[in-house]
Design a protein around this ligand. Structure first.
Ligand code: 4AD
Ligand code: MG
Length: 471
């Protein structure tokens, strides 16, 4: 809790979480957002105006001057004996939507501007911050350069066509070409542009000059997936390393994830304990089969201390084909043959039921992956890897990149991608090309894992999803 020492004792500023008491004394739980733990202020009612005491309600902002003393009561070691109380901002009890009770996460989403005032969200936001810090710390310790890749771009890195357009045109009155198409050559950038889906292609240029780089910034996907794992605006971390092959890439990703998880275990103990209790309460009401066998901290520890399982796509298909849910037709999408794209039900089966730990799947069929992945000798698979996590599914997607000019150009052509649009990318393969690899971590998916939260909308301050861009 932020406080200033003065001759008269200490001054604290924060927001009221609860007030209780008797005719003679008031106990005020205050919180300033720096920790999950409140500080208790004790006020002898006789020393304060009745008017002031009335205004001390849940949500009000206070400045309290008093003495820090050892507490007589249970629940805290210290408390503040109030000498002066200033109500800086009232919070009308009739209107303030946050009451000292458990609100549903759905309700809190509707008041996302106020939800950081709850224990739940302040804990998530502190963990989110600590994870971002640990990510920068990890890469900087290793000598990586943080590269700021553009948000506005003309290319579609993933080739999935799920991009938000960026235009300066009056959309009802956009200039047209002779064929009746919108004439983007007259637009702000003189071409069609969109919000980036990934900083990878530019990060590759960085890696081919600086050796080891990473990006960490917002990315955008206009996919209409209303799931608990997808956002239209999310943050991605994308390291890219020259001279790394796919094995090096897997080693880096595993080491990196473990570092961040350990850092959160070390630095966010109180927040994790709080979230862990909330999660345990939720688990109790679930049917036994769906309950997680480990509590939150145990789960983080387990992942930080055990090797991830590395399995080829081909072996994974074999496992899935022979699995009970496949044989009993319990999967929504049955796995019949090699080449099938894995759905989250399959990924979760592998991680949660079969291996019971994070799994790195590698060497996927070329035709279900992006154009830039390095082709294997077999001609049908590419050097791709996905890291799957319990409770989450895909956490990381990455690959060794196709560094051979002819092979890459051929791929771009057969996939019908505009070669002109990627001429700058192809140049890296013309001038001093070298093997290189990288991956993308969905930052919010990591936060889901670290906090045990169930919905990605609850681990970003202001979620953007189909139909929702409030606040
Ligand atoms: O697997 P993806 O699409 O990979 C790439 O974008 C590569 N360019 C990364 C690279 O090699 N540098 O996305 C990477 C990760 C996914 O594994 C997932 O965790 C997350 O980004 N992700 C999303 N997270 C939230 N909402 C969405 N709509 C997401 N789409 C992908
Ligand atoms: Mg992916």
């Amino acid at each position: 809790m932020a406080s200033e020492g003065t001759q008269n004792g200490i001054t604290i500023k924060g927001w009221v979480r609860t007030k209780r008491g008797s005719k003679n004394v008031s106990f005020i739980a205050m919180n300033d957002g720096s920790t999950i733990n409140n500080i208790q202020v004790v006020a002898d009612n006789a020393n304060f105006d009745e008017e002031v005491l009335k205004r001390i309600t849940t949500g009000a902002a206070l400045r309290v001057v008093g003495n820090l003393i050892e507490s007589q009561g249970a629940g805290q070691n210290y408390e503040v004996e109030a000498k002066e109380i200033l109500v800086m901002g009232d919070a009308s009890t009739d209107e303030y939507p946050l009451q000292p009770k458990r609100h549903s996460l759905e309700f809190l989403r509707e008041i996302a501007h106020l939800r950081p005032r709850t224990n739940y969200f302040s804990a998530v936001l502190r963990i989110r911050n600590a994870a971002a810090y640990a990510i920068h710390e990890y890469f900087n310790q290793k000598g990586f350069v943080w590269m700021h890749t553009p948000i506005i771009t003309g290319s579609d890195a993933e080739g999935a066509g799920e991009m938000f357009k960026v235009t300066n045109f009056d959309i009802n009155n956009a200039p047209k070409t002779e064929d009746g198409e919108v004439d983007f050559s007259q637009d702000f950038f003189g071409k069609a542009t969109n919000l980036t889906v990934s900083g990878q292609l530019e990060a590759e240029l960085g890696a081919m000059a600086l050796g080891e780089v990473y990006t960490f910034g917002p990315t955008f996907r206009a996919e209409n997936s209303n799931t608990t794992r997808h956002l239209a605006e999310f943050w991605m971390v994308e390291p890219e390393v020259a001279f790394n092959d796919l094995d090096d890439n897997m080693d880096l990703a595993e080491d990196f994830l473990k570092y961040v998880i350990k850092s959160i275990l070390e630095k966010c103990g109180d927040d994790l304990t709080f979230l862990s209790k909330r999660l345990a309460d939720e688990e109790k009401v679930k049917p036994a089969a769906e309950r997680s066998p480990m509590e939150l901290k145990e789960k983080l520890q387990f992942v930080a201390e055990n090797d991830f399982e590395r399995v080829s796509y081909t072996d994974a298909i074999q496992i899935l084909r022979n699995s009970k849910p496949n044989k009993k037709k319990k999967f929504q999408y049955l796995i019949n043959e090699w080449g099938a794209d894995l759905q989250s039900e399959h990924e979760r089966y592998l991680v949660e039921k079969h291996f019971k730990k994070p799994v790195i799947l590698f060497d996927y069929p070329a035709n279900i992956k992006a154009f830039y992945m390095r082709e294997n000798e077999d001609g049908k698979t590419v050097r791709a890897m996905d890291i799957l996590f319990p409770g989450i599914g895909e956490m990381v997607g990455g690959s060794q990149r196709e560094e051979r000019y002819d092979v890459l150009l051929n791929k771009i052509k057969t996939m019908g991608i505009d070669e002109e649009e990627l001429s700058w990318y192809l140049d890296t393969r013309k001038f001093g090309t070298a093997p290189h690899s990288g991956f993308g971590l969905g930052f919010e998916r990591l936060i889901l894992f670290l906090t045990g939260m169930g919905n990605i909308r609850d681990v970003i301050p202001f979620p953007r999803t189909p139909g929702n861009a409030n606040f």
